[in-house]
Design a protein around this ligand. Sequence first.
Ligand code: SF4
Ligand code: SF4
Length: 112
Amino acid sequence: MDMIAYCGLDCETCPAFTAYLDDDQELREKTALEWQKAHDPGIRPEDINCTGCKGSGIKFSWCLNGCPIRKCALEREVVTCGHCSEYPCDTVRFMIDSVPEARERLDSIAGA
Ligand code: SF4
Ligand code: SF4
């Protein structure tokens, strides 16, 4: 469960994790362009580095400082949102409504 983010994303399949692991500058540049369009025009290739949502280590800045799901799950000390008695709450809903794999993973943990 270490590489499954609190929100249900699989960090092992995230380009920020792969770019960090493989020190892949081409992937950083490609991902920065995609995430600029999808999320934030200020994202730079050097921002595309992450060791995953959990534990210590370098993290993509939004996941570290901006993500309300991660913040809440850390406060509640749950393994994932699927382990939380409030699941599915309004905070996690934007993720599970937009990423079906995340919902499936968390639903299966929650036994829904
Ligand atoms: S925590 Fe890191 S590896 Fe996981 S989804 Fe966010 S950016 Fe990707
Ligand atoms: S309250 Fe919602 S966001 Fe917070 S840990 Fe529980 S399910 Fe996740």
